[in-house]
Design a protein. Structure first.
Length: 255
């Protein structure tokens, strides 16, 4: 399978096309984003089982989002139960859970490789917090292992970015799907960087705008609810942007 190498502007085009896709069925996509947000809250409240289960289910949720986006792109109405229709295909859910389990394992391995060599320094820094309440040693000790972990995590993300769709829609074996995903992300690394920066700026801008409203005197309850609503809509558009990202890299190259 050939992955297209796209120009730099593609990073912005994916966001723009995601917005256009969102506008086709805003209620359906907003409801999905709200459902995912509730799953995140539930996962954080049921540690450690909840976060582990959520990570394992991430490829399945990605495929569910992409299947809904494909339906919307074909001008088909998305009903609530349609989000789960993608898993009616034989073995799809099992494959997605297998991907999620491997994703969890690689994330844990990345954390171990990144932090274990620095455990003595981190332990001393934690003892310093207990003794004096000073967090500065911990911040300094965690910088290098955190940078190493983020580097490994970026690699893991590239491996899994397109893998669920390659496995489900193209019947590609898991290991080859991971390889194709890695190659596709690397070929479009600058576009992916722009894409990521746009979303970082978008969410930071939302936070800044709401903070400004709070500073101007809006009630805190109103600003909190407003930020939650805007973040849900922004997340919906972000989920929709996954689909033009995938299509432009893989399916457009096939046609």
């Amino acid at each position: 399978m050939q992955a297209a190498a796209l120009p730099l502007i593609s990073g912005w085009n994916w966001v723009k096309d995601g917005w256009l896709l969102f506008k086709r069925q805003p209620l359906a996509f907003t409801s999905l984003a709200l459902f995912i947000s509730l799953m995140v809250v539930l996962a954080t409240q049921t540690s450690p089982v909840g976060p582990i289960a959520f990570v394992i289910l991430m490829p399945a949720m990605t495929f569910m989002i992409m299947s809904g986006c494909r339906q919307a792109a074909a001008n088909k109405r998305i009903l609530p139960m349609d989000w789960f229709q993608a898993f009616k295909q034989p073995m799809i859910l099992k494959k997605m859970i297998g991907l999620g389990t491997l994703y969890l394992a690689l994330c844990l391995l990345s954390a171990l490789v990144s932090f274990i060599p620095f455990m003595n320094d981190l332990s001393d820094a934690i003892q310093a917090i207990n003794a004096s309440g000073d967090f500065e040693p911990l911040i300094q000790s965690a910088q290098i292992p955190l940078i190493i972990f983020l580097s490994f995590y970026a690699l893991v993300t590239m491996l899994f970015w397109y893998a669920p769709m390659l496995v489900a829609w193209h019947s590609i074996p898991l290991t080859r799907a991971l390889f194709y995903s890695l190659v596709a992300c690397w070929r479009n690394k600058l576009s992916m960087l722009i894409y990521g920066l746009v979303w970082v700026v978008a969410f930071l801008s939302i936070d800044l705008a709401v903070s400004l409203l709070a500073w101007l005197g809006l009630p805190s309850a109103l600003t909190v609810n407003l930020q939650f609503l805007i973040n849900i809509i922004a997340a919906s558009v972000m989920y929709c942007s996954f689909y033009p990202n995938y299509v432009s890299v893989f399916e457009a190259s096939e046609t």
